[in-house]
Write a protein that binds this ligand. Structure first.
Ligand code: NDP
Length: 314
């Protein structure tokens, strides 16, 4: 039987640790602060940002939601970021993506002070991550989702050192930093992407398979090292894809009556980048929802507290 890796429980554990750290800092008169910048009215972004702000409140972190209009210019955003960079009560700056097309996203992300870059998107943090500066002064703030992947593996007692980790996806936000973090944990890492040839022959070698592709149910059972031939792979499904078509639902969830009930009620459901039938042949896996997703916010909170400490030389 495949083991389910409960991301929600691990995220709750991390949040409890962050809350305890926030209390300790309070005793020193320090309150970590996060500024979340949300431009325009993208519904999904609003939900994400509200949930981040609420989690801050739950953990005792100060937060501020800044909501420039859709028409905001790059120059106005740069001025806003400069102001947040200079404020002492703000330790983390989060710019919710995507931004409107007329705004120069790269310029804005580069303008965030690396020391307050709690999303870990700044090239300085990418460089620190690549250089293996993961703790101590001037160390990397790692992107939250890949950092969450490592926490799931470690806290589930899954060995990383010496294992073959295959990461499918090479985005700057997920795939690349996930590969780099796995490398620093002494995995032997292979990174795959859309130009990779004979992908299944590579994914079948994975002891740890990380799927960060953005295509619903892309990883199928025959792409996974199974329990039949030894310890099955640990499959970490980063993908979040919303499906609304009944035919698509059947393709992924035929026979799953619980899921069918919720699909009928809501008209949609979430599927990862791994086909649900592939989970059954794995040794362990993260479900969607309830796997990697909850870790992203937990790691954002952890990064905010880390940024608060690092800025004060701790
Ligand atoms: P991107 O679209 O930026 O990157 C997708 C990657 O997948 C690219 O490197 C691309 O390769 C690769 N890819 C696409 N098609 C194939 C293929 N046929 N074979 C092999 N590789 C392929 O996506 P993100 O990294 O931002 O996100 C990945 C997934 O993770 C999405 O489902 C997203 O929703 C989810 N996500 C979840 C988060 C969470 O909190 N759980 C947070 C962030 C993302 P190439 O580079 O060659 O184009």
């Amino acid at each position: 039987m495949s083991r389910i890796l409960d991301g929600a429980a691990i995220a709750a554990e991390i949040k409890a640790e962050v809350a305890a750290e926030v209390s300790q800092l309070a005793a020193q008169g320090i309150r970590p602060g996060l500024a979340a910048v949300l431009v325009g009215n993208v519904a999904a972004s609003q939900i994400y940002v509200r949930s981040k702000v609420k989690t801050c409140a739950d953990l005792g972190i100060y937060s501020e939601m800044i909501t420039p209009p859709e028409t905001v210019t790059t120059e106005e955003m740069l001025a806003l970021i400069a102001d947040l960079n200079a404020r002492d009560d703000i330790d983390g700056i989060l710019i919710q993506l995507p931004l409107p097309g007329h705004v120069d996203t790269k310029r804005l992300l580069d303008a965030v002070s690396p020391d307050k870059d709690v999303d870990g998107f700044h090239p300085v943090n990418a460089g620190r991550l690549q250089a293996g500066r993961l703790s101590g002064k001037d160390s990397a703030l790692a992107p939250c989702t890949p950092a969450g992947v490592i926490e799931i593996l470690k806290r589930s007692g899954i060995a990383i050192a010496g294992k073959h980790a295959v990461v499918v996806g090479r985005s700057d936000i997920v795939g690349k930093p996930a590969a780099m973090l796995l490398l620093h944990e002494n995995a032997t890492v292979t990174i795959c992407h859309s130009k990779t040839q004979d992908l299944p022959s590579i994914t079948r070698q994975a002891d740890i398979l990380v799927a960060a592709i953005g295509r619903a149910g892309f990883i199928t059972p025959e792409m996974i090292k199974t329990e039949k031939t030894g310890p099955g792979a640990t499959v970490i499904d980063v993908g979040i894809n919303r499906i609304t078509e009944p035919a698509e639902f059947e393709r992924f969830f035929a026979g799953d009556s619980k899921r069918a009930e919720s699909f009928a009620k809501r008209g949609s459901t979430l599927v990862g980048d791994v086909h649900p039938k592939a989970f059954a042949v794995a040794g362990a896996y993260t479900p969607v929802p309830g796997g990697v997703g909850p870790l992203t916010i937990a790691m954002l909170m952890a990064n905010t507290v880390r940024a608060a400490r690092m800025r004060r030389g701790q």
